[in-house]
Design a protein around this ligand. Structure first.
Ligand SMILES: C[S@@+](CC[C@H](N)C(=O)[O-])C[C@H]1O[C@@H](n2cnc3c(N)ncnc32)[C@H](O)[C@@H]1O
Length: 280
């Protein structure tokens, strides 16, 4: 999605740096969402352009609006977090999972416990579920699918997608795992049954543990370095020894060794089976 045009830096009354700080503090209190963990310039630009479109002149008034109007609040959340996704996004990475990493995991442990963190409308966790059903059917695998945005989770639960979101799904899988509903396709109950969809804020909520595989792709792009640093430590702790971690193509973890990971393939990392001192 293209970035918005640069707004003139507003220092009007009610729109000063101090007013923005106050807005961030109140949003944190209201929602648990810490805007300080997102890159400041991009975030402020998004919020300012949203306010402009609503003709709200000050951060204080915008906060009051968000507090009073759930529709505006969801719109705010949608705007600051970008929800684009599709099935088998970056097909080469899903091929790596299907041909290499999932078979390795399945050779050691069944069923598998997997997490799609920042799952948006659901294509990523459902793609993982389809791979698990293909590779090791009939087992109670669990794919945890989490996102901060309630609206996308509703769509994930409905599991209905347009053909454009399914362009990387083979005809055989489309026939096997989806029902056609008019122009759209609905994920079958067999796939839904292993996907557990929940609201979760990666920046503030506690992490579950013992995952064999975690995917967190195209989520951290707007996070600050500090927020990412904390997140990579928490993902490490959430992985089972020998578990794999896949990040987005443009988000390699440069200092992966510091957290204890091994780099094992393009944007794939692993928590070693036996953890060296310092890695935990
Ligand atoms: C571009 S989508 C990525 C979807 C999927 N992982 C993919 O790569 O196709 C980014 C998602 O991250 C979510 N997100 C942003 N900040 C978050 C946070 N603090 N906690 C959880 N999810 C967050 C957004 O709501 C959005 O749905």
């Amino acid at each position: 999605m293209p970035e918005e045009q640069e707004q003139p830096s507003p220092e009007r009354p009610g729109m000063t740096a101090a007013d923005y700080e106050e807005f961030k503090r109140r949003i944190l209190e209201l929602t648990g969402l810490d805007l300080s963990s997102y890159k400041q310039r991009q975030m402020q630009r998004r919020i300012n352009s949203l306010m402009e479109s609503l003709k709200v002149p000050t951060y204080r008034q915008y906060f009051q609006l968000l507090q009073a109007d759930p529709v505006r609040y969801e719109e705010f959340l949608k705007r600051i977090t970008i929800n684009v996704s599709e099935f088998f996004r970056n097909p080469e990475r899903f091929a790596d999972l299907e041909q290499k990493y999932l078979p390795q995991l399945l050779a050691k442990r069944r069923p598998l416990k997997v997490w799609s963190a920042g799952c948006s409308t659901g294509p990523e966790p459902y793609s993982l579920a389809i791979l698990l059903l293909d590779l090791a059917p009939g087992l109670p695998h669990r794919v945890l699918a989490t996102d901060i945005d309630k609206a996308v989770l509703e769509k994930a639960k409905a599991g209905v997608y347009q053909a454009s979101e399914l362009k990387n799904v083979s005809p055989a899988r489309l026939a096997r795992y989806f029902d056609q509903v008019g122009e759209a396709y609905r994920v079958k109950d067999e796939v839904k049954a292993i996907v557990d969809i929940r609201r979760h804020n990666l920046l503030t909520d506690p992490f579950d543990r013992n995952f064999d595989l975690i995917l967190c792709r195209n989520v951290v792009i707007y996070f600050t370095e500090d927020a990412k640093h904390l997140l990579y430590q928490k993902f490490y702790q959430a992985l089972a020894p020998g578990g794999f971690f896949l990040v987005g193509g443009t988000e390699p973890i440069l200092r992966y060794r510091e957290y204890g990971y091994e780099a094992i393939g393009p944007t794939f990392y692993r928590r070693p089976e036996t953890t060296a001192a310092g890695g935990r």
